[in-house]
Ligand binder design. Structure first.
Ligand code: SAH
Length: 512
């Protein structure tokens, strides 16, 4: 892409909540050739980058500088010099203590075009998520953003402690956790009352948000006890007292709960979004991956012979999707299905089919024999040909029941679920450190594969204190075969049902 001129976009990626990225930043990331990001830029945004974009991590966590500022500047100049569009993501806002201005100056000096896309700064948003407004007409009329980590090589300090101490401004210190003791000492030494309210908000706007409050006199000890570390903003001023009344994020029902999602990565987002909205910290440990079948000739053959069938039965969203992918791949469309009757197991499968413009004729709620028999009892399937595109190695109960009802059933493999192992070490570490509150299982294969990631013989022990949320009776049975007991089971057997159960569970336990 050397025929266009390069450009660097200095982008504020916001404080952590993925919803706080601006629309302009998102579209810029989508179009970038190179994405350069550091420690505080929420990694979720890499998902917006095109799959061909280069992704470059430049570090900067405390002392760990993967690249020095000088090297970062060089990198930006070099990539832009190759005619590339570079999205330089920075935490919060790029011009608030982000060294964004220095990068802009370097670019200017090197003759590289740049744009600045402001972001939501942690200086305002972290307090806001803790229920602390940085201004309020009854409390203060101005607010100061202050570095808590003034350049140590600076000869004449710019810190006007007497001014800070005298004013009733809300003081927001960034990068100040290590220096907290000095900050509170200086403020009190210069006359700020010892009972001035103070709050530290760590990882504000994210599910790991942690807030510790106190006064200038007590905050150092409170922080020590809570073992709160960086990154956090320090807020000093009477507005902090409003938190008691205005806190909202900490009061979401699943706040602080670490919940594992075991679904395939491609399917996890709906469940993760629902749980995150309720305040939970979702940890994605995909245990399965959905792939097209190694041999797709049986589905292709079945599609070529579709006129011979009377019924098309789908048992999962994936079955629907891969079947239609194959059908469209053959250059055909839904008109070849016009003579068929349709059945879908479960409402979500039905919805997926509806996306292709087809309404399911019948809808058994589950795979359970009674449910299938009942649903098909009014349908005329005696002597009829049924095509059943589904997962490889799927359970046999459905074809057995349909055969009993007099149908001729052809099962074809429409997709395969493959064991995903990459997150195994992370999972074990989290379980060992008791950093998981709940695990969600959305199918039997997620259970079997999850268990295969744990060291044999240790599973029961590792899972002892973990809440197990199962999507339905079949998944629960699989959980039991491993000697574990599901804490809850969704009813209805859907993702929504599962989220409802988790919500009820935690509200009843009074952890809301
Ligand atoms: N440009 C950034 C600030 C960079 S300086 C912004 O506008 O937010 C880095 C400091 O920002 C950290 O030391 C911490 O004080 C603060 N910070 C960044 N993200 C934060 C978050 N999610 N919660 C609390 N503080 C945060």
């Amino acid at each position: 892409m050397t025929n266009k001129s390069g450009k660097v976009y200095l982008i504020g990626a916001g404080p952590g909540d993925p919803g706080l990225l601006t629309l302009k930043a998102k579209s810029c990331i989508e179009q970038a050739d190179v994405v350069v990001y550091d420690y505080l830029a929420p990694p979720a945004f890499l998902a917006y980058a095109s799959k061909d974009a280069q992704r470059i991590y430049v570090g900067k966590k405390g002392g760990d500088h993967t690249l020095s500022q000088h090297e970062i500047n060089q990198l930006l100049v070099e990539k832009a010099g190759q005619g590339l569009h570079v999205a330089r993501l920075k935490g919060g806002d790029p011009f608030v203590f982000g060294r964004g201005a220095e990068e802009a100056q370097e670019l200017l000096a090197a003759g590289v075009a740049y744009e600045v896309i402001p972001g939501v700064t942690s200086a305002i948003s972290a307090p806001a998520y803790a229920g602390i407004p940085v201004t309020h007409r009854d409390h203060t009329s101005f607010v100061s953003f202050i570095t808590g980590h003034e350049d140590p090589t600076r000869k004449n300090s710019r810190m006007q402690w007497d001014v800070f101490a005298r004013s009733d401004a809300t003081l927001v210190f960034l990068m100040g956790v290590k220096n907290l003791e000095n900050i509170v000492t200086q403020l009190m030494k210069h006359g700020k009352p010892a009972d001035t309210p103070v709050a530290l908000v760590r990882w504000g706007t994210t599910p790991q948000q942690q807030t510790v409050t106190g006064t200038l006199e007590t905050i150092v000890e409170n922080i020590r006890q809570a073992r709160l570390k960086s990154p956090a903003v320090i807020v000093v001023g009477s507005v902090v007292s409003l938190r008691k009344e205005l806190a909202w994020f900490d009061r979401t029902p699943l706040f602080g709960k670490n919940i594992v999602i075991t679904r395939a990565r491609a399917q996890a987002s709906g469940l993760a979004a629902d749980l995150t909205r309720l305040g939970a910290n979702c940890i994605e440990i995909p245990t399965i991956r959905i792939e097209p079948p190694a041999d797709n000739t049986p589905v292709i053959d079945a599609i070529h012979r579709i006129k011979e069938y009377d019924w098309l039965v789908f048992t999962s969203v994936n079955g629907v999707q891969f079947f239609f992918d194959t059908l469209f791949g053959l250059g055909k469309d839904v008109r070849i299905l016009g003579h068929l009757k349709f059945a879908c197991i479960g409402p979500v499968t039905k919805q997926r089919l509806a996306d292709y413009g087809i309404v399911s004729d019948i809808l058994p709620e589950t795979f359970r024999a009674e449910s299938v028999v009942q649903a098909f009892s009014t349908a005329d399937i005696q002597g009829k040909a049924v095509l059943l595109p589904r997962a490889k190695k799927a359970r046999t109960i459905l074809p057995e029941e349909l055969t009993q009802l007099g149908a001729r059933v052809d099962e074809v493999t429409a997709y395969e679920t493959v064991l995903e192992q990459e997150a195994g070490p992370t999972l074990n570490e989290l379980l060992e450190n008791k950093q998981i509150d709940a695990v969600t299982f959305t199918s039997s294969s997620t259970v079997t594969n999850f268990m295969s990631l744990l060291p044999s013989g240790k599973a029961a022990d590792l899972m002892k204190h973990v809440t197990i949320a199962s999507i339905g009776p079949i998944t629960s049975d699989t959980v039991r075969t491993f000697g574990l007991t599901p804490t809850m089971e969704a009813d209805p057997y859907t993702i929504e049902g599962l989220v409802d159960q988790l919500l009820t569970h935690y509200i009843q336990r009074g952890i809301s």
